[in-house]
Design a protein around this ligand. Structure first.
Ligand code: GLN
Length: 277
């Protein structure tokens, strides 16, 4: 009897090890999906928190990879090695609702649409503004937030006092963003493109550029984090944020369904209120 029991135990143990191994290699494959950095700490934290009992009972349908650029507070940014923010939390709530595990892949903003188009990522969420040009490459879900492009200058700046002054200034932007697109259209404006918004802001503090054009909420966060900067009263452009998904994907409808419920039950607003006081 004892022998049978220990044989059974050994079998179970071997079985469990094989299972664990299969799980490992699977997530390794997923991690190797792209050249982007996968935020595993954020993911494991995201997986382990906020699971309702109903979600616990449902087996996961697998992973959904979100492409983002995690230097865009309060929408996505690092808290130690974990990506947090409005987009990270809304994405988590959507994945919970749809029964997927969220994996966040951090990359250049400029690479997000290509990652989604090629299937390296399942969706892109990065305070991304809906534009007609982007719609030619990918689909957008319903919108979940509004934004305004604003101008950051050094306090007491003589060179840039209004949007009109951008025409004779050197302006820092984040490469491939709507700020970049608007400023690049201004005749006479000398545009300096940076891969991260905070690099453009750093250039401003160092006097390398006269102004930075960027979305209002990250602008507020950057101004709060750097002394001697201010946001011009005059806002620049109104925009809507949405999630981008590969063209004609079933995921668009699924995400819209989840978004609708999360808007109706107040989840989206409470996530936004948590980060924007
Ligand atoms: N809202 C801007 C855009 O979509 C900036 C987004 C970002 O830098 N993450 O282009």
């Amino acid at each position: 009897m004892k022998k049978i029991l220990s044989a059974l135990l050994a079998c179970t143990l071997i079985g469990a090890m094989v299972f664990a191994f299969a799980g490992c290699s699977n997530s390794l494959d997923e991690a190797e999906k792209g050249e982007s950095k996968t935020n595993s700490a954020a993911n494991s934290a995201a997986k382990s928190t906020d699971k309702s009992t109903a979600d616990e009972a449902k087996p996961s349908k697998g992973e959904l990879h979100m492409a983002t650029n995690a230097f865009f507070p309060p929408y996505e940014y690092y808290e130690e090695d974990k990506i947090v923010g409005i987009d990270a939390e809304i994405a988590k709530a959507i994945c919970d609702k749809l029964g997927y595990d969220l994996v966040i892949d951090d990359m250049e903003f400029d690479s997000i649409i290509t990652a989604v188009q090629s299937g390296k990522a399942d969706f892109g969420m990065a305070g991304m503004t809906v534009t007609d040009e982007r719609k030619e490459a990918i689909d957008f879900t319903d919108t979940y937030a509004n934004a305004i492009q604003v101008i950051i200058v050094k306090e007491g700046s003589d060179k840039v006092k209004s949007a009109d002054d951008l025409a004779k200034a050197t302006v820092g932007v984040q490469l491939g963003t709507t700020g970049d697109i608007y400023v690049s259209d201004i005749k006479g404006c000398n545009v300096d493109q940076y891969s991260k918004g905070n690099d453009a802001v750093l250039a401003l503090t160092q006097g390398k550029v006269d102004a930075v054009v960027i979305d209002n909420e990250p602008a507020k966060a950057f101004v709060a984090a750097n002394e001697g900067l201010t946001i011009l009263e005059e806002p620049f452009e109104n925009e809507d944020y949405a999630i981008c998904v590969a063209k004609n994907s079933d995921l668009t409808g699924q995400i819209n369904g989840a978004l609708k419920e999360l808007k109706a039950d107040g989840t989206i607003q409470s996530i936004i209120d948590k980060y924007i006081k």
